[in-house]
Design a protein around this ligand. Structure first.
Ligand SMILES: *Cc1c(COP(=O)(O)O)cnc(C)c1O
Length: 425
């Protein structure tokens, strides 16, 4: 974990940015620009040979996006970050340098439905596979790792249930197998959890959610802790051996701890092209400036609302890990000392029909497939974001037809409770 001399509230406003040297502009300019002028042929050659680092073409890097990358890396305590066009793109970017056809990852059964989908059918087309395992089951995890396993993938707070992953245990396990632990930290945000502290090697984010916060901009990021030795096991050849995709360059030899970041720009973004747009980076930077303030309010609202819901006679169960009744309550205290987030599910005693009625009656809660917005959001996962999963996959993720997901916003908690109250009655 890289320790900055500044604290979180300062970093979320300042990290990566300085007044624009040519104009003095204080806010980060939107460099709505494609290509960058080379000073000479020699300069161009040095850039393309990665002997000098600088902007070439905005599919690879862009000054506005670079500020966001530095800021996210600082907030997570990583050595660098690469931004992408979406959270889903970030997941592919995280895996791309590690994987070859025939390789697999171990993935938690409790992941965002879109991720389960991506890891089930789509990555199969690359010749990759995911073995889904209950992330709480250490023995199963151990037994699932084989010669071709290249990573363990989990969420710090799982979407939709708000379950907490024991990052210390999973981190220890991945270390013992010399494979990286990749943590999707979207639902926690770096304010509530820094997975690198618990042994994570790579962090992925959908910046679409809490980081941008306003529901305006798709985006993703991969943060590298810089603490994984890509050469030790000989398994990560794209980084440790001569890489034919970059005229035989050995990334780990040449760039040391920055191998993954530079590979992701020079090869992954170059060839897959899932680049973040500068306008989206700008919107996300605006959101990040208030991340800690929003997260505190998200958490305090979620606590109040989860407590209230748990007492309601029509509610069967509330999965919020900030509730004493949650089996993750103690774990949440150690992994997320500032709060267990603001995402959880409720199950209604009267089943699916009652869910539909409730969602239709809400006024303040928006019925959308998003989370981490300033606005409170609600969705019925089994019929929407988890719809393409099999029944067993839905059950593994904790989703029966009477389950609703809530993403608690930062409105006045009394207004939110009143809205839920009238909808339930
Ligand atoms: C939304 C989400 C994603 C996907 O991110 P997009 O920006 O929508 O592509 C991945 N993981 C989690 C936990 C998410 O909530």
């Amino acid at each position: 974990m890289i320790k900055s001399k500044y604290k979180f509230d300062t970093l979320q406003i300042h990290a990566g940015s300085r007044p624009d040297p040519s104009t003095g502009a204080r806010q980060v300019p939107i460099y709505q620009n494609t290509a960058y002028v080379f000073k000479s042929i020699l300069h161009a050659e040095a850039l393309f040979d990665l002997k000098e680092l600088g902007h070439i073409y905005s599919r690879l890097s862009n000054p506005t996006v670079s500020v966001l990358q530095e800021r996210i890396a600082a907030l997570e305590g990583g050595i660098g970050a690469v931004c992408t066009s979406s959270g889903h793109a970030a997941q592919i970017l995280a895996l791309f340098p590690l994987m070859s056809p025939g390789d697999n990852i171990i993935a938690s059964t409790r992941l965002y439905g879109g991720t389960i989908q991506q890891f089930t059918n789509t990555i199969e087309k690359f010749g990759w596979a995911a073995k889904f395992v209950d992330i709480d089951d250490n023995d199963k995890l151990k037994k699932s790792v084989d010669e071709k396993t290249k990573a363990i993938f989990c969420e710090s707070i799982s979407n939709p249930g708000g379950h907490i992953t024991n990052l210390v245990e999973v981190g220890r396990l991945s270390k013992s197998f010399k494979i990286p632990l990749i943590v999707d930290n979207t639902a926690a945000s770096p304010f509530l959890c820094n997975p690198i502290n618990f042994g994570a090697n790579l962090i992925v984010h959908s910046t679409t959610k809490y980081m941008s916060g306003n529901g305006t901009s798709l985006g993703g990021a991969v943060v590298d802790s810089g603490n994984f030795d890509w050469s030790e096991s000989g398994k990560f050849k794209s980084l440790s051996a001569e890489e034919p995709a970059y005229h035989g360059l050995k990334f780990h030899d040449t760039f040391g701890p920055y191998a993954f970041i530079i590979y992701s720009i020079a090869v992954s973004l170059r060839d897959l092209g899932m680049t973040m747009a500068p306008q989206n980076a700008f919107q996300t930077l605006l959101g990040l400036e208030t991340l800690s303030l929003r997260m505190k309010k998200h958490v305090s609202n979620a606590r109040k609302i989860a407590n209230w819901l748990e007492q309601h006679p029509k509610i069967d169960k509330v999965t919020y890990a900030g509730l004493k009744s949650s089996k993750y309550y103690d774990l949440a205290k150690s992994v997320l000392p500032k709060g267990a987030g603001a995402l959880f599910t409720i199950s209604l005693k009267d089943g699916y029909e009652a869910c539909i009625k409730m969602i239709n009656k809400l006024n303040l809660f928006s019925h959308v497939s998003n989370l981490g917005d300033t606005r409170s959001l609600i969705i019925h996962p089994a019929s929407t974001v988890h719809r393409q999963l099999t029944e067993q996959q839905q059950i593994n993720a904790g989703l029966t037809p009477n389950v609703i997901r809530l993403s608690i916003g930062i409105e006045d908690p009394k207004d939110l409770i009143d809205d839920l109250k009238q909808a339930l009655e």
